[in-house]
Design a protein around this ligand. Structure first.
Ligand SMILES: Cc1cc2nc3c(=O)[nH]c(=O)nc-3n(C[C@H](O)[C@H](O)[C@H](O)COP(=O)(O)O)c2cc1C
Length: 382
């Protein structure tokens, strides 16, 4: 029988063990690191005998044992098995984003379905791990604080005038567009304050059974509210250009760093010119511990990203209702953004950047509407 190495395979060290982790058909398994060398002999369809010959510096039984363990784990696939076709298919479809994205995606799939095993892996022999195996993690010594605050920062209390959000829902929904041209008119601090409190402020408080939590206008997995808002003010009346944390409990801006230029905004947003025209940027940064203290499976990283999307949509709709043009970007200079927000970028890390300003009356970057002729050559479905 010929075997080949799974093309969807990540190997790593975890808890001092060497782990081969084929996805999505395999099982993360701790093996002797020599398994990596055995895997190297199976780049294409190969019999175990041929592999043993190629690895003649290893004892034949070592190769035989490793092949058996690697096959059980799903790291070696049989030529006539259905897994091999699927493996090749996934490798082809995810090629542009491999290996990082498919590993994250598949390694975090179904992980809430399996029970955590009480694993005490033996490094000498194959041992099945599950991504859910978090028994080694220390129990949290404390619950992380619900809110982020910078008690020593200079703070600017924000006006509490309620936002005028009476624009009809239909108007707001259909007029929301991503803006890439902004006017030079500064945004009044009242408007920024209304936007921040509507999107990021607490709406009510609930008893989760494990302590109090708060809810916002957006849904949030487990209501963990792990996302904090950092504001880069460029042109807001009454707010000096600089970087601030939005303290949603106090409804204040906490100064983290003075000064912020349009060129820097472009740099932070990976060279996108529109960012330099906006009146302000808002960075959504995840305080991971707030989520991981309750949800201890890797899947929950995906939930943080989903939560960021929800907040982004509420931001866009609210900005529209307030007469602003919203924008958002997944492309940003993570390290520089984290530095500007004074985030350690370890447990507190940026996930999403949104922005707003007054829409330009004569936008140049807005896409032109498609005409019938544009669709002539395009396959629309099927
Ligand atoms: C998660 C996400 C990331 C985006 N990233 C960018 C970006 O980096 N640069 C940009 O100009 N637009 C970005 N956009 C805006 C999209 O291009 C825009 O939503 C899309 O063209 C549809 O237009 P609309 O928002 O006006 O409906 C992003 C949108 C989303 C939801």
């Amino acid at each position: 029988m010929r075997l080949r190495r799974s093309r969807c395979l990540t190997c790593y060290w975890h808890q001092g063990l060497f782990v081969v982790h084929p996805y999505p058909h395999g099982t993360p398994t701790s093996l002797h690191p020599a398994a990596a060398e055995v895997l190297s002999a199976f780049g294409d369809w190969t019999t175990p005998g041929e592999a043993a010959k190629a690895l003649d510096h290893l004892a034949p039984e070592t190769v035989e044992d490793a092949v058996s363990a690697l096959t059980d784990a799903g790291a070696l696939l049989a030529e006539d098995g259905a897994d091999a076709d699927r493996d090749a298919d996934i490798a082809r479809r995810w090629a542009a984003w491999a290996p990082e994205a498919p590993f994250l995606h598949y390694a975090a799939q179904n992980d809430f379905l399996t029970d955590g095993v009480d694993a005490k892996p033996d490094s000498e022999s194959a041992h099945e791990l599950t991504p859910h195996d978090t028994d080694h993690l220390p129990a949290p010594a404390h619950m992380p604080p619900l809110f982020t605050g910078y008690p020593d920062a200079v703070r600017l209390p924000l006006p509490r005038r309620p936002a005028d959000l009476r624009a009809p829902y239909e108007t707001v929904l259909y007029s929301r567009r991503t803006h890439r041209d902004f006017s030079d008119d500064p945004v009044p601090v009242e408007t920024l304050a209304a936007l921040l409190s509507t999107v990021f402020g607490p709406v009510d408080f609930i008893d989760s059974g494990h302590g109090p939590l708060y809810r916002r206008t957006s849904p949030s997995g487990g209501s963990r509210q792990e996302l904090d808002a950092y504001v880069g003010a460029l042109d807001v009346t009454g707010v000096a250009p600089g970087w601030y944390h939005y303290n949603s409990l106090q409804h204040s801006l906490e100064l983290l760093g003075e000064g912020f230029t349009r060129d820097e905004a472009v740099h932070l947003c990976a060279g996108q010119e529109w960012a330099g025209q906006a009146a302000f940027l808002v960075v959504l940064a995840a305080r991971l511990e707030r989520m991981s203290v309750k949800y201890r499976t890797p899947r929950c990283y995906r939930v943080c990203l989903l939560n960021a999307g929800h907040l982004g949509q509420t931001f866009a709709l609210t900005a529209t209702a307030l007469g602003l043009g919203p924008a958002q970007t997944g492309a940003f200079n993570d390290t520089a953004v984290a530095e500007r927000c004074t985030l350690d970028n370890t447990g507190h890390t940026p996930l999403y950047v949104v922005a707003a300003g007054h829409p330009h009356t004569d936008p140049r970057e807005a896409p032109s509407p498609a005409a019938l002729t544009d669709f002539r050559e395009v396959r629309l479905y099927g």
